[in-house]
Every structure is written in C-alpha cells, then in structure tokens.
Design a protein around this ligand. Sequence first.
Ligand SMILES: *Cc1c(COP(=O)(O)O)cnc(C)c1O
Length: 393
Amino acid sequence: MSDDFELETLALHTGIHRSQFNEHAEALYLTSSFVFENAAQAAARFSGTEPGNIYSRFTNPTVTAFEERLAALEGAEACVATSSGMSAILACAMGLLSAGDHIIASRSLFGATVNLFTNILKRFNIETTFVSATDISQWEAAMRPGTKLLFVETPSNPLTEISDIGALASVAKKAGAWLAVDNCFCSPALQRPLQLGADLVIHSATKYLEGQGRVLGGAVLGSRDLVMEQGIFGFLRTAGPSLSPFNAWVILKGMETLKIRMEAHSSNALEIARWLESQPGVAKVHYPGLVSHPQYDLARRQQKTGGGIVSFELKNGKDAAWRVVDSVRMISITANLGDTKSTLTHPATTTHARISQESRDAAGITDGLLRIAVGLEAAKDIQADLARGLAAT
Ligand SMILES: *Cc1c(COP(=O)(O)O)cnc(C)c1O
C-alpha cells in the first residue's frame, strides 16, 4: 500500500494478503499452528532464517493483517497485537523495564492501568509517580535517574483533560526516557501521537477500533527497534497474551468504518455537550470540542475533533445523577465505551469507586458527575433519553 493514501483508504486496503482462493474480504485463519513442507523448513522457520508462521502465540496471518492495518493508520513502523488493552500496557512494561526503573504517569489514567502500576509493577520494584495530566512542570520535577517511561492518556477519562503530547515528548527526550500514549479515546482517526513525538502508542482495540462492543483486543505501536527488538514482542510470544485470530478478524472489519464512525461520534457528542450546557440542572460539561473547555486550543491543535466522550456534573449531586441514570430507557447503563450504542456511567460509584472520596474530589470526579460515551443514535433521541431524568432533578 502506498503511503500517499488517506486514512480511510488505508483502513480498507492495508494488510490484505489473499490466499489461493483469491477471497475479497479478509480471511480468518482460525488455526493454532502451521504445517511445514519438511524437516529442513521446520528448522529454518524455528531458527528464523526463513520467515513464516509457526504457532499462533507468535504470529498468525489474520493477526498480522490487523497489525499492518493499525500500523498504517498510526503511521508506525511496527505494531504488535495483544489480547486486550491492558495486556498491551503490561507488554510495554515487561518488555522495556527492569527492577529499579521508574515510571511517571498522568494521575488521570484508566483504573486498571493505575492498579497495574501501583499494585503489580511495584512488587517488581518498578515505581510510578503520578502527576497532573496538564501541568508539564510536574513531569519535569518528577524526573529521576531511573526514569524510563512517561505514560499518558489524552483526552483523559472521565474529565476529558488534554495533555500536550509534543511538550511531554520533549521532556521525555531530554531525559532519555520513552513517552507512551494510550490513544484509546481518539483512535488514529483523530490523533496520531507518533507524529507529535511520542515513542509508543497503546491501544485498547476493544473500544473504537472494533467499535461495536463485541471483542477484546489491544496493540503496541512504535519504531521497529522499540517494539520488535527491545523485548515487547519477545515478552508477548513467550508469555502469551497474544490476540486471537478471531478477535483480530472482528476488529479488522470494525476498523474499515473507523473514520466515519469517529466523525459521527464526535458530531453527536458536540451536539449533546452543547445541549447539556444549556440545561438548568447541569453545573458543568466537560468536552474538548466546547469553547468552554480549559484546553480547547490545545485540543484543536492536537486532535481532529472532540471524540465521543462527554462528562457532565449535576447541580444536585449523587441523587440527581442516579435519577438521570435510572430514567434512561434507550441508553445502556454500562461502563464500556467506544460502542455504536450510547453508554452512561456514574464514575464515583462504578469505575472510580475504589478510589478514596478525597482523591476523587481532588481529581474532580464528584458525586454528581456522569459520563456518557455518545453512540451513533440520533442526537435528539439521546437528548430525549437524558432529558427525562434531568427534568426530574
Ligand atoms: C478500556 C481501556 C483500557 C483497557 O483496555 P482493555 O481492552 O479493556 O484491556 C486501557 N486504556 C483505556 C483508556 C481504556 O479505555
């Protein structure tokens, strides 16, 4: 595929290697292992002198197609697929870090990522310092000799804070550390962190890449040296959190509509965010596409549109928030996101319930906050579903 093609074209045509049957759609190679012609070929494959598939924990043609397609979309030299977004983050840590190394991470990270860093990696003597998503000076101040990895998620969940990827890349470079960006909320259709100077991109393909809420998957992208040679791929093929070919095939088909979905999610979300701002029961709306967003200008520079996630705070706290949740008839009450169907969640009692009240308040995740992952329904139907509960507050 030519590098000159636009993202939507690459999303349809990259990674296709037709079999002898010349199928039009991507084939699903549901097989755990591959057969060799003879003993010499088996030996050559295992020694690496002949390229080719051996066993699906290492490589599989359907998984390779997914990796090639996502690499094209992110403009990455290399991509390795993983069984989930979390195993992509784990593979980065296990592949690149050693005991004694130090991570600096945004305080506004996905809950399981915080848990992985604080409770699991800590046991292997890899420490993490958590800092503000938006204040670069805190990242500089947290640097120490063993700092190897800077880790950020932008926009953040659920408050949609925007971190300056280019500025963080400079901080990382100066210290000889790597910058990893979890690009789950934007997807490459809206934001390409490697072009802004990041060293690694992490994906939960479970979300917008697949887009229809069916399977789990993940990926790590970056230079060939970092992803393939330095240990990330080595960890995956040895330890086994590889992507199943079936899931790869489902995600491949989802990626074909990524661009039009992200545009539709964004325009729907902007309409809902603006409408929410006009509602008397709503104290505050967090959405990067709103002029009222504190990093509106940075968001406009860094991402194409605002994405599909909107959060909003009700004036009357938890009771009002729960009333909105309990009044919806069409929107799904679930913590997942990146689905064609809209989902609604109350972060303080679900995704962020294990964090202390003080930390939640400090982070701005108040009891009155709701997060909606805006789907592809008609905006007026989403509004009507939220309006019922808002009217009652
Ligand atoms: C869901 C999510 C993850 C974890 O992905 P899984 O596929 O569920 O393992 C990581 N980061 C972000 C931002 C997410 O939303």
